[in-house]
Design a protein around this ligand. Structure first.
Ligand code: ATP
Ligand code: MG
Length: 754
C-alpha cells in the first residue's frame, strides 16, 4: 500500500476505500443508487495506475453508455492530473469489442474495414433475406425477425447454437433466416450491433491463443452497471477474467432495467459463485439525493418482491419534498414544465438560479419527447435530446454517411443502394436490378457489378454516363481514403462532386436549407477525428449526441438513457397507467415486466439531487386519438410523507366546475374520465388540497381536431399573420399576409383574434 495518502482516496468512506484498495482478486460492490459505486470504480482505476499495478493499457473498464465512458475518462484524468495519457480500453462493451474485432476480423470471415450497420440497414437487410426466402413480409415482418435475432445474439447463440426447442420461431424458419442473414452480413463485410460482441466471443472461444493474449493484456477488469449485462456480455467478461480473477464489478439489483434486452440480473447474484472468495462490499450512504427523494424512491421500490434489499441513508436529511402535479393533457404538462424550468433558471422558488444543464426531463417512451421539443422550440428554451432521434439519423446525414461508407469500404452494398440514385442519375429500379443481377452472377459487390454492367453496355441512355461518373468518383474517393488524404476536405469533395449538395441547393422545400446546414455540421463534426473510418465508427456507436456543445441546455432523455447520471432537478412526466408502467411490458412479461417498470421508477427518482417533480395528465393523445388516462400506480406508491401535491395558481381555474364547456364536450369518453377522478391518485390530490385542473384555454389548444374556424386570424412565429382558408384534421391552410399560402399544423399557430 502506498505509504503516503493519495489525493484520489481523499473523501472516500471506509467501505468505498476498501473496495478501491482491494486490488487483487474478485470484488463485487453491490449497493443502491447514489452510493458512490461509480466514483469508487473511478478511484480504483486511479489507484491501479498510481501504485504502478497496471499501465493504462492493462486496464479494461466497461461502462454502459458512451456518455458514462467519457465522464469516467475525464474523472480519471482529473484524479491523476497530467500524469496519464488516458485509459485506452475504457468504453462500452460495443466500443471495446469493435476495437478487438478490427484486429482479428479475418478469424470470423470479415475484413478489418468492416462496416457497422445501424438499425435501418439491419432492417433493410432482413427484408431482403425474407424476400429471398419467398416469405410474405406482411405476415412475417422484418422487425419481428430482427427482434428474434437480436435476442439470440444477446444470449450468445450463433445460428448453429439456437436450441431445437426454438426451431418453431418465425414460421419455423427463424434459424434458417438467421443463418442466411449472417451470411449476407459477411458478404457485405458488415456486422450489426449484436455481432460486435458475439464475434469477439466466438473468437475467444475458438482461438485460445487470442484469448490468452487478451487475458495477459487486461490484467485488471472493472465493470460498471453489472446488473444490466446480458449473457453474451457475461460470457465475454468471464472468459477474460478466468485467468487472473482480477475483476471488480459494481451494480445494483434494484436498477436492473434492461431485462427486455436480455440483461440478466442473475449475473450479479451469481458473481460469488463464479468467482469464489470474492470480496463483497456494500455501500449504504447515499451522497446524491436529499432525504425526501431517497425516501420516495425507497418507498416505491419496496413494492417489488425478491429484492436483495439494502439500507440507504443520507446526511442531506430533509430538503424539498417530491412534487406531484396532475395536468389536463400532455401539452399542458409540457407547457407547465417549460415554465418551471424557466422559473428555476431565474432563481425563483426560493433557491439560487440553476443552470439549464442542471435540469433533465426523463420520459418513459421517446414519443413523449415530441411535446417537450415542440414546446421548447416555441418558447426558445435550449434543449438537447440525449439518445433519442438524433442528428445522425436525419435523412441527409444518413445519405452523406452512406457516401463516406462506400468510399471507405467499396463492399458496402447497402450504402451503394442508398446513394447510387441519390441524387437522381437516371438509374431506376430496372437499372438497379440489372446491377444486382450482374453482381450476383459474377460474385462481385454492387459497385464492381455496376462497373461490369457498364462495360458490357448493359445500361442505356442518360443513366450510362451518370453511372460512369458515379463509379469514377467512387474510385477517386476510395483512392483518396487509401492515400490518407485530408478527410475533411475529402468529405466536402465527395458531397460536391457527387452532386449531393447541389441536390439540396436545388430543392425548394422548406426543409432544404436546414438540411444544408446539417451537412455543414456533419463536415464540422469530422474535425475531431483523424480519418473517415474513425468517424464512421464513432457515429455507429454513439448513443448520445451532446459532445462539444457549450451553450447550456435542458436535457431530455429516456429513463433508460439516464442510468448512472445525476441532475440537481429532475422532471418525470407521464406517470400514467399504460404509459408508465408501460402496457406493453406488462402484457409481454406480466409481473416481471411490472417489477422492471418499478425499478425504472426507482432509477428515475434517484437521478435527482435536490428536486424531483412527477406529473401525469388526464388526457393524452395516443396515435392521434385522445384517451383518458389514469395516474400511474407508482403515484399511489409514493409515501405521502415525502410528497407535496401542487396546484399552481393561474394554471388551474380554481377547483372543480371551472372546466370550460368546449373541452368538456370534445373529450371522448366521459365515463372513462370519471374513472380518472375516482382513481386513488386523483383522490389523494384532492385530499391534499389539489384540484382538478381546468380545461386549457378554449382556443389555441387543440383538443380533437382543431379549435380554429374558417376565416380565423392566426399568428405564426415565422410566417406572421394570416387567415385560415381550409381545415384538414389538425392541419390548416393559411393565407399568410406576407409569406403567402402554407399548410401548417394547428399547434404551431395561435389565435390572433383574442
Ligand atoms: P448509480 O447507482 O446511480 O449509478 P453510484 O452508486 O454510481 O450511483 P456515484 O454516481 O458514484 O453513485 O455517486 C453519486 C454522487 O455522490 C456523485 O455526485 C459522487 O461524486 C458523490 N459521492 C460518492 N461518494 C462520495 C463520498 N465518499 N463523499 C462525497 N461524495 C461522494
Ligand atoms: Mg453509477
Amino acid at each position: 500500500m502506498a505509504a503516503r495518502p493519495a489525493p484520489y482516496l481523499d473523501g472516500l468512506n471506509p467501505a468505498q476505500r476498501a473496495a478501491v484498495e482491494a486490488l487483487d482478486g474478485p470484488v463485487l460492490m453491490l449497493a443502491g443508487a447514489g452510493t458512490g459505486k461509480t466514483r469508487a470504480l473511478t478511484a480504483r482505476i486511479a489507484h491501479l495506475l498510481m501504485t504502478g499495478r497496471a499501465l493504462p493499457n492493462e486496464i479494461l473498464a466497461v461502462t454502459f453508455t458512451n456518455k458514462a465512458a467519457r465522464e469516467m475518462k475525464e474523472r480519471v484524468g482529473r484524479l491523476m492530473g497530467e500524469t496519464v495519457e488516458g485509459v485506452p480500453w475504457l468504453g462500452t462493451f460495443h466500443a471495446i469489442s469493435v476495437k478487438i474485432l478490427r484486429r482479428h476480423a479475418e478469424l470470423v470471415g470479415l475484413k478489418s474495414n468492416f462496416t457497422i450497420l445501424d438499425t435501418d440497414d439491419q432492417i433493410r437487410l432482413m427484408k431482403q433475406v425474407i424476400a429471398a426466402a419467398s416469405i410474405d413480409e406482411k405476415r412475417w415482418p422484418s422487425r419481428q425477425l430482427a427482434g428474434l435475432i437480436d435476442a439470440w445474439k444477446n444470449r450468445a447463440l450463433t445460428p448453429d447454437r439456437v436450441p431445437a426447442s426454438e426451431a418453431s420461431a418465425f414460421n419455423s424458419l427463424g434459424t434458417e433466416l438467421y443463418a442466411a442473414y449472417q451470411q449476407r452480413l459477411l458478404d457485405l463485410n458488415a456486422a450489426d450491433f449484436g455481432d460486435l460482441l458475439l464475434h469477439v466471443l466466438t473468437i475467444f472461444q475458438k482461438h485460445q491463443d487470442v484469448l490468452e493474449q487478451y487475458q495477459r493484456w487486461f490484467r485488471y477488469i472493472l465493470v460498471d452497471e453489472y446488473q444490466d449485462t446480458n449473457v453474451a456480455q457475461y460470457l465475454w467478461l468471464r472468459l477474460l477474467a478466468q485467468a487472473h480473477h482480477n475483476i471488480c464489478c459494481v451494480g445494483d439489483d434494484d436498477q436492473s432495467i434492461y431485462g427486455w434486452r436480455g440483461a440478466e440480473v442473475g449475473n450479479i447474484l451469481r458473481f460469488e459463485k463464479d468467482f469464489p472468495g470474492a470480496k463483497v462490499v456494500r455501500l449504504e450512504q447515499n451522497y446524491r439525493s436529499t432525504g425526501h427523494i431517497l425516501g420516495a424512491a425507497s418507498g416505491v421500490i419496496a413494492g417489488n418482491e425478491g429484492r436483495l434489499g439494502k439500507t440507504l441513508w443520507t446526511e442531506a436529511e430533509g430538503g424539498e419534498k417530491l412534487r406531484l402535479i396532475g395536468h389536463w393533457d400532455g401539452e399542458e404538462e409540457a407547457r407547465w414544465i417549460g415554465e418551471e424550468i424557466e422559473a428555476l433558471q431565474r432563481g425563483g422558488r426560493g433557491s439560487p438560479p440553476k443552470s439549464l444543464d442542471d435540469m433533465a426531463i426523463l420520459v418513459r417512451a421517446s414519443h413523449q419527447m415530441r411535446a417537450f421539443e415542440d414546446r421548447f422550440l416555441t418558447i426558445g428554451l435550449p434543449y438537447r435530446v440525449i439518445g433519442g432521434p438524433r442528428f445522425y439519423e436525419r435523412l441527409e446525414i444518413r445519405d452523406a454517411m452512406a457516401y463516406f461508407r462506400l468510399a471507405v469500404s467499396p463492399d458496402d452494398d447497402l450504402a451503394f443502394e442508398r446513394v447510387v440514385n441519390t441524387p437522381k442519375r437516371g438509374l431506376g429500379d430496372k437499372a438497379q436490378q440489372k446491377i444486382q443481377a450482374t453482381a450476383r452472377a459474377h460474385g462481385l459487390n454492387l459497385l464492381e457489378g455496376a462497373r461490369v454492367l457498364l462495360a458490357e453496355g448493359g445500361v442505356s441512355g442518360k443513366g450510362a454516363g451518370q453511372l460512369r461518373a458515379f463509379i469514377e468518383g467512387m474510385d477517386r474517393w476510395h483512392a483518396a481514403v487509401a492515400r490518407g488524404d485530408n478527410h475533411i476536405e475529402l468529405a466536402e469533395t465527395i458531397l460536391d462532386e457527387s452532386g449531393y449538395t447541389a441536390m439540396w441547393q436545388a430543392d425548394k422545400t422548406p426543409e432544404a436549407p436546414g438540411r444544408l446546414e446539417n451537412l455543414k455540421e456533419l463536415v464540422k463534426a469530422l474535425e475531431s477525428f483523424d480519418n473517415l473510418q474513425g468517424f464512421l465508427e464513432h457515429v455507429a456507436l454513439i448513443m448520445d449526441n451532446d459532445s462539444g456543445e457549450t451553450e447550456e441546455k435542458v436535457s431530455i432523455m429516456t429513463l433508460h438513457g439516464a442510468k448512472g447520471l445525476e441532475f440537481p432537478a429532475i422532471f418525470l412526466p407521464g406517470w400514467e397507467e399504460g404509459l408508465f408502467p408501460s402496457q406493453r411490458s406488462m402484457d409481454e412479461s406480466g409481473k416481471k415486466g411490472l417489477e422492471e417498470e418499478r425499478r425504472l421508477a426507482y432509477v428515475g427518482i434517484t437521478r435527482a439531487k435536490e428536486l424531483c417533480t412527477i406529473s401525469f395528465a388526464a388526457n393524452r393523445r395516443v396515435y392521434g386519438q385522445w384517451q383518458s388516462q389514469l395516474p400511474s400506480r407508482f403515484v399511489d406508491e409514493l409515501p405521502e410523507e415525502h410528497v407535496d401535491v401542487l396546484t399552481p395558481p393561474g394554471l388551474y381555474g380554481g377547483g372543480f366546475g371551472a372546466a370550460a364547456p368546449v373541452a368538456e364536450s370534445t373529450i371522448e369518453s366521459r365515463a372513462a374520465r370519471a374513472d380518472v377522478y375516482n382513481s386513488p391518485g386523483w383522490k389523494r390530490m384532492q385530499a391534499q388540497g389539489g384540484a382538478r385542473p381546468a380545461a386549457p384555454a378554449a382556443r389555441g389548444t387543440v383538443i380533437e381536431g382543431t379549435a380554429f374556424g374558417l376565416g380565423d386570424r392566426v399568428f405564426h412565429q415565422k410566417f406572421g399573420y394570416g387567415a385560415v382558408t381550409a381545415i384538414d384534421g389538425d392541419k390548416l391552410d393559411i393565407a399568410f399576409e406576407k409569406a403567402g399560402p402554407k399548410k401548417i399544423v394547428a399547434r404551431f399557430v395561435t389565435s390572433a383574434d383574442s
